[in-house]
Ligand binder design. Structure first.
Ligand SMILES: Cc1ncc(COP(=O)(O)O)c(C=O)c1O
Length: 418
């Protein structure tokens, strides 16, 4: 490592150097810097800004909401959401819990009044990072924060040497594809294969497999365990995009080399939050090309001048936070982390498979269901108050914690009443 946590240039010289040794990475502890230290401030401004998300803390709602019997946290959490009609479109964007909406409104009020304290966002972002880390099961120190999935995919693509082969899935979401296609102009090679064959397409010539854990277009689930085995056995790395799976599909995240996630769908955030997580070894292979003040070892001592002094953990890959996005996301993330992916996933999959069964389809275990329907189906659904999306020539329904059996029945009725 160079000072500031940037990998030494020799590492990037040849495609073979980027590839990892053909072994499962050692479980050695990640080189952790102490958690971001906050300047000691006690004034009213910081208190005011922190309370934006404090008052929305999920645990408070789970234990204190009047209709929250401890045995039914998911049912109780559903009271925090207020969709109009039947919202079956989380694969497009998720709904905020009430406390998240309150946090964004309160933030804008504070900003209008000149009451914001930028340093308070260190705590807010740290809480968001911690909640995401807890949700997927990795240490906080291995999570970087940014605005969009494509930014982090871009970092991975830009860190690949010329000649590297990237295997992707046909029809995957373009935020995961375009950065590698852009890298083709400097000699990176992209090979697109059917998702069903992606495991067998990994060869010793492969540097990276980049795939969504769940396909945006139709909800198909990637064979993650087999991909971990195939990539590590061939000296390649695995980059998973969990934008369509985080929050409901438990994955062995601690064994995935690199993982990106946009926050505005199943994680229920506003637009403008995203995460990158990874193993110590894979994160160290990324160059923080877009580093700014927020990636500094001590954030508030990193705002002016030389030298480069980046954090030594995943924070060195952070981008400075869009304040309103983080204020509006943290309550939702903490709610999801408290509920856990297993409980939310069981609920979502049960609804999705019930929906499939009503339409005569086999269970698929995915919270996203794509069905063939006539071209007017999405409009007909919308007229009946059912929100779904037209994707890839079909209709896509997605089921999340705020949905229940009556939503399934309403959607089935509109689709089958002709
Ligand atoms: C798999 C996947 N990744 C990423 C995104 C969003 O990407 P970004 O955060 O770059 O806007 C989507 C949006 O539909 C998606 O389905």
């Amino acid at each position: 490592m160079c000072p500031g946590g940037v990998a030494a240039p020799a590492r990037w010289g040849a495609a073979t150097r980027w590839r990892r040794p053909v072994v499962v990475p050692s479980p050695a502890r990640y080189a952790v810097s102490s958690p971001p230290r906050l300047p000691a401030r006690t004034g009213r401004r910081q208190e005011t800004t922190e309370r934006l998300v404090d008052k929305g803390a999920a645990c408070e709602h789970l234990s204190m909401h009047p209709s929250s019997p401890a045995s039914t946290p998911l049912r109780s959490a559903r009271d925090r959401f207020a969709p109009e009609g039947v919202f079956l479109n989380t694969a497009t964007y998720g709904l905020p819990p009430a406390e998240a909406t309150e946090a964004v409104v309160a933030l804008e009020r504070d900003r209008a009044a000149g009451r914001l304290d930028p340093a308070a966002f260190d705590t807010i972002v740290a809480r968001g990072r911690r909640a995401f880390a807890r949700l997927i099961g990795v240490p906080d120190q291995r999570v970087a924060i940014g605005p969009q999935a494509s930014h982090f995919v871009g970092l991975v693509a830009a860190s690949l040497p010329s000649g590297a082969e990237v295997v992707v899935a046909d029809g995957d979401f373009t935020s995961l594809l375009f950065p590698f296609l852009v890298a083709e102009r400097r000699g990176v090679r992209v090979r697109s294969v059917p998702l069903e064959r992606i495991v067998e397409e990994v060869t010793p010539a492969t540097s990276l497999v980049a795939v969504s854990a769940v396909q945006s277009a139709d909800g198909r689930i990637a064979p993650v365990e087999d991909l971990i085995t195939a990539t590590s056995g061939n000296g390649a790395r695995l980059l998973l995009d969990v934008t369509q799976s985080a929050g409901w599909l438990p994955l062995p995240a601690e064994r995935v080399d690199l993982l990106v996630c946009s926050g505005y769908k199943w994680l229920l955030g506003p637009r403008g939050t995203a995460f990158l997580a990874g193993t110590e070894e894979a994160l160290a292979s990324l160059v923080p090309f877009a580093a700014g003040w927020f990636a500094g070892a001590q954030v508030w001592e990193s705002i002016y001048g030389l030298p480069l002094r980046l954090a030594t953990d995943a924070r060195r890959l952070d981008l400075s936070p869009a304040w309103a996005s983080w204020a509006g996301h943290v309550p939702a993330l903490e709610l999801l982390a408290e509920l856990g992916e297993a409980a939310v996933g069981a609920h979502n999959r049960a609804l999705a498979d019930r929906f499939r069964a009503s339409l005569g389809l086999e269970p698929a275990g995915s919270a996203i269901v794509s069905v063939e329907a006539d071209p007017g189906a999405v409009d007909r659904l919308a007229d009946a108050g059912v929100h779904a999306a037209a994707r890839a020539g079909r209709v896509r329904f997605s089921f999340h914690l705020y949905n229940d059996e009556t939503d399934v029945e309403r959607a089935v009725k509109v689709l089958t009443d002709r």
